[in-house]
Design a protein around this ligand. Sequence first.
Ligand code: UDX
Length: 460
Amino acid sequence: MTEKQEAKRHGRRLVVVVYPFQGHINPMLQLATILNSNGFSITILHPEFNSPNHSNYPDFSFVSIPDGLSKTNTVSVSPGDLAATISAINRNCEAPFQRYMEQILEAEDPPDRVAGVIFDGFMYFAQRVANHLKLPGISVRTSAAASLFAFAVFRHHDGHGYIPFQDSLSQLDQVPELEALKLKDIIVSAAANPALLELRAVLTETTKNASAVIVNTIHFLEQQTLTKVQECFQVPIFPIGPFHKLAPSSSSSLLEEDTNCISWLDKQAPESVIYVSFGSMTSMDENELLEIASGLANSEQPFLWVVRPGSVRGPEWADELLPKSFWERVEEGRGCIVKWAPQKEVLAHGAVGGFWSHCGWNSTLESVCEGVPMLCRPFFGDQLLSSRYVCRVWKIGLEMEGVLERGKIEKGIRRLMVDSEGVEIRQRAKGLKEKADFCLSEDGSSYNALNELVQHILSS
Ligand code: UDX
């Protein structure tokens, strides 16, 4: 009997708990699609706000639970509010989730019984409920395994706050991959934020109590880090990523994708376009917007630029904010600007030759999987870590840090897209794509880890 038939025979249902922000909704729905195609039935449980579009997933059941936050879709919150938002969601969702689970456990038919709860690590209340109901809880890390490790190198210290876990920190230097990430700088720089430290401690404890951890990564991308994570957490770790390649799923965008940019890309020369997008949460001021526009115009390269509504701080942004020289380039057909793009399709398009990104983990993996070299401008959190992977460990991109200034931008784009330095980086990016393809094929690391995960769930 195949695993798929086995799962069907047991009528296994998985309750998948989603954290309601774009960079988490996408990978969690992709993961649910992967598990569904392996024979599990899926119930998606999500807070009321930023609800995914249920009609795009007719095979799933959806349940929304009160979150006590705004009823309107907020799409994103500012990074400074993240720890408080995560904590409020966890506080508010636990009781309704527990009530819901008790109801379905009382009512369920044996063929549809719940095999386990799969939750985004940020929705840690789900682990408490799973423990209470004696169900297996599997935590999902939608970002790099290194970020999971970064969370773990803190511990509670004698009631006065949180301090760096010195032993673990010194171990970082002994792992070349982690040393190259300069993880230490990132961890220490976050030490001033008590809410964040508390969150990291809770996330680490919950992950240690999970029956397993699924990570959206590929083994060869983070080989040494995964060994370290395994040692630290002592639960089975399944690196089955990149989810989006295993699950050609429907769109889970909260904003409408503007597909006109694909016909614009069709008219551009191969590998000539720099795609610019800073994800779903970052924001910039008007001056930075202006510098980017001038840098793009002066680079003489075709560009596709996503300016998300709300991503420019200050008064609502309008076309007039951008210089005439910019709009002349757009009108000549050398530029295209959209509010939200079908990003995976864009990165897979032959005309795209570079990605200027904030290095959200999804964007990073999507770029790796299409062999597109990157210009990295991390803004906060794990974006700093992903940028260091790209530029210092995998060497498939260039850093663009510090004050945004048009001359620097123009130079960075030309270094990546035109100069000989960029040619080598592009070759390495293509090599990485081939390795990623291999990991997804039969007997590749992700393929095998997925089979092991299915077995793990079936035997829990
Ligand atoms: C957030 C955090 O910023 C990031 O650090 C963390 O790793 C995940 O959560 P976000 O800003 O949403 O991430 O970026 P990213 O992880 O790259 O996810 C964005 C998703 O939106 C990607 O799947 C991307 O394909 C999609 N996207 C982005 C679009 O579909 N269209 C766009 O125009 C831009």
